[in-house]
Design a protein around this ligand. Structure first.
Ligand code: SF4
Ligand code: SF4
Length: 280
């Protein structure tokens, strides 16, 4: 019988709630229980799971590329069809002028070079990120996606990192894949959440935590990813607002993690591998 691999996202609407710490502690705990685990850091703009685990990103395992439009002015007839087609508003054209491509807004979707009737747009391949793999210990791997600095659209880097993990799965046959997402509800978070069996939304008992929890649970609902809540620093604030949100979405707080000096110390020393408390 084919082994069912559980894909779990560790996410959170707000930064600084301890999402990465929870992801690492969860992975540690599963490995301690004898499970095979791939932890995939999808916070590609500032991945830090490797730092929490006391690792270094060594040799690039794979480079990530994307295609962007390049105009051939000799062929362009200034018809404006590409401008009308681009859903990202990434093409600007002044009256009677050649179109100008705004790279920061371009997702590399390819619509413009497909529609151009004069074949005046060519796709140009560019590196947008890299993937690193660390074998932490027997049955424990860390995959880290890193977006090129300054890249605006980082969703494709997350998608490619997840694709890389699905190939690694064939070789290593893990029991769990944990995806540590970026904070927020933007494109790279959506890319990380897609296809997951479950999402743990990590939050803290503050008004800001409650506000952002509402956003992330709403996103999970829209993506049809079942969600559970983990309340970090649970003894340091007021849970009233958090409970209001969990009632609204008809879910319970799955786990409460009280403030722990031991975890804070291990976090600051990049020593979380040694912490195997049964929190999640
Ligand atoms: S669709 Fe092609 S020909 Fe028309 S403006 Fe765009 S690049 Fe030029
Ligand atoms: S590749 Fe897609 S997003 Fe980029 S300019 Fe062309 S149509 Fe717009």
């Amino acid at each position: 019988m084919k082994k069912k691999i559980k894909k779990i996202a560790i996410t959170g609407g707000k930064g600084g709630t301890g999402k990465s710490t929870v992801a690492v502690l969860f992975a540690n705990k599963l490995v301690k229980e004898g499970k095979k685990v791939i932890l995939c850091d999808c916070d590609v703009e500032c991945p830090n799971d490797y730092l929490l685990l006391g690792q270094k990103l060594k040799k690039t395992k794979e480079k990530i590329f994307a295609e962007f439009p390049k105009l051939n002015k000799n062929k362009c007839q200034k018809c404006g069809l590409c401008v009308k087609t681009c859903r990202n508003n990434a093409i600007f054209q002044a009256p009677g002028q050649y179109p100008i491509f705004i790279k920061d807004l371009c997702s590399g979707c390819g619509a413009c070079w497909i529609v151009c009737p004069h074949k005046a747009i060519q796709p140009k391949k560019e590196e947008i990120g890299q993937i690193f793999v660390n074998k932490i210990k027997e049955n424990y791997w860390l995959v880290t996606g890193v977006a090129k600095s300054g890249l605006e659209e980082t969703g494709p880097v997350v998608t490619q990192t997840k694709k890389f993990v699905s190939n690694l799965v064939k070789k290593n046959k893990p029991d769990f894949i944990l995806f540590d997402t970026a904070a927020g509800t933007h494109c790279p978070v959506i890319s990380a959440l897609l296809d997951c069996d479950l999402a743990y939304a990590v939050t803290e008992p503050t008004p800001m935590g409650a506000y952002d929890l509402n956003l992330i649970l709403d996103l999970c609902q829209k993506l049809k990813v079942p969600a559970k809540v983990i309340l970090n620093q649970s003894d340091l604030g007021n849970k009233k607002e958090i409970k209001k949100i969990t009632r609204k979405f008809r879910i319970n707080i799955e786990e409460e993690i009280p403030f722990s000096k031991k975890i804070v110390e291990a976090y600051s020393k990049g020593n979380l591998l040694k912490v195997t408390q049964n929190y999640v």
